[in-house]
Design a protein around this ligand. Structure first.
Ligand SMILES: [Zn+2]
Length: 175
């Protein structure tokens, strides 16, 4: 047995040293006691999970314009039945969603609520207005880098959300 002082809690602990190829050469020196190792590992994975969450949150801010970030599904003026259908939509299939209706009923808000969930579930989502999308497609042929970037992102996305003034279209693998 070898005795050591734990670098975290400062208590003494002892452990069976690891021998290499039968010789009495110690190859692993432990710095932490049995109680502190799992605590340290848990902290590490918590930090990693936190990092992933922060990255995802940051990515969302780039996808979702400010007016659509704080939407409460309960307060949407949309009819609850179609709204529930929209919010339940799962990406990945060949069927998309198109919402048509008067301005102000909450089509875009509903779509961004759905997009938010899909984003957090790990889908690659992209949102763009139809007008912008059209402009980007034109500019792409004029070697515009921002346009190429957007088109590339849209192409990579498994869920693409195109907003038109009175119509919201959600497409899976549409391009
Ligand atoms: Zn310890």
């Amino acid at each position: 047995m070898v005795a050591h002082t734990c670098r975290i809690c400062g208590l003494n602990f002892s452990y069976e040293p690891v021998f290499y190829a039968g010789t009495l050469q110690e190859v692993i020196t432990r710095k932490y006691c049995d109680e502190c190792i799992p605590r340290m590992e848990a902290k590490g994975s918590m930090a990693a999970a936190e990092n992933v969450a922060q990255e995802r949150e940051k990515a969302w801010l780039e996808i979702c314009p400010p007016p659509y970030r704080e939407t409460d599904a309960v307060r949407l003026p949309m009819n609850p039945a179609p709204l529930a259908k929209v919010l339940k939509w799962k990406g990945g299939g060949s069927r998309g969603i198109a919402l048509a209706g008067a301005t102000g009923v909450g089509k875009t808000r509903a779509m961004f609520l759905l997009l938010h969930r899909l984003h957090w579930e790990g889908h690659h989502v992209t949102a763009v207005t139809a007008k912008r999308f059209e402009r980007y497609v034109h500019q792409m042929f004029e070697k515009d880098n921002e346009a190429r970037d957007m088109i590339r992102r849209a192409h990579r996305a498994d869920i693409l959300y195109i907003r038109i003034f009175f119509l919201s279209v959600f497409a899976s693998h549409s391009i």
